[in-house]
Design a protein around this ligand. Structure first.
Ligand code: DER
Length: 235
């Protein structure tokens, strides 16, 4: 099975939790894309009705509206029934790294007010500790004096061998700009940073920081698709 086929299996499993009449947080990324496609298909077949989607990015907004999924926002629906989204990393306590798709702020806002947050991943996303994949832990920051903020972030995690890099668009090498008009600093760790809550709070105390990509104690259900099948784990 290819990685995308595994993502699709996990996504379709998560959509089994969707009931007619629900207000849903719609995630961002290649795994969530399959879940949104599936929801659109079930609506078209009449197997689901009265669904309202709250998109976590303009990319998801565009996909969902092209599928005819009715959309709204947090101002209208401050409490959601269920959110379905992917993750870049999942640690043994179901803490997540998200944001490699650049949508971490809206994802965290929306997934933070759901009664149930179902995370869908293929098994390659499972790590022993946050940062363990060697890939980025994203932090959304204001563009003002970004070098200053990047330096402050890097020095927070000196003993974990942290390197902070400004995310740039591959096309033109210009700083990547989020849906919210901000920049992203990608943090790379060489070692386990230990207490995630303390790390997250230290990051948020920096005035130039908007939000970080660690989703601590937020996921209620984890769906992992692997070669041996799909597993559902509740927090
Ligand atoms: O950027 C994000 O937060 C995405 O949800 C990411 O965490 C998962 O993206 P993927 O499903 O394309 O791997």
């Amino acid at each position: 099975l290819t990685q995308d086929e595994l993502k699709k299996i996990a996504a379709y499993k998560a959509v089994e939790f969707v009931e007619s009449g629900m207000v849903l947080g719609l995630g961002t990324g290649s795994t969530a894309k399959h879940a949104i496609d599936r929801i659109g298909e079930l609506l078209r077949q009449g197997k689901l009705s009265n669904i309202i989607g709250i998109p976590t990015s303009t990319q998801t907004h565009n996909q969902a509206s092209s599928l005819g999924i009715p959309l709204s926002d947090l101002d209208t629906h401050p409490v959601l029934d269920l959110a379905i989204d992917g993750a870049d990393e999942v640690d043994p306590d179901m803490n997540l790294v998200k944001g490699r798709g650049g949508s971490l702020l809206r994802e965290k806002m929306i997934e933070g007010c759901c009664k149930k947050f179902v995370v869908i991943v293929d098994e390659s996303k499972l790590v022993d500790y946050v940062g363990g994949s060697g890939l980025a832990m994203p932090v959304e920051i204001v563009p003002f004096c970004w070098k200053f903020t990047a330096q402050k972030l890097q020095s927070l995690f000196e003993e974990a061998g942290c390197v902070a890099k400004l995310r740039v668009s591959p096309e033109n090498g210009k700083p990547y700009v989020t849906d919210n008009g901000n920049f992203i600093i990608d943090l790379y760790f060489k070692k386990d940073i230990g207490d995630l809550k303390a790390a997250g709070d230290a990051i948020l105390r920096l005035a130039g920081v908007v939000e970080h990509g660690m989703f601590i104690d937020m996921a209620t259900t984890l769906i992992v698709a692997g070669e041996l099948g799909v597993r559902v784990r509740n927090k």
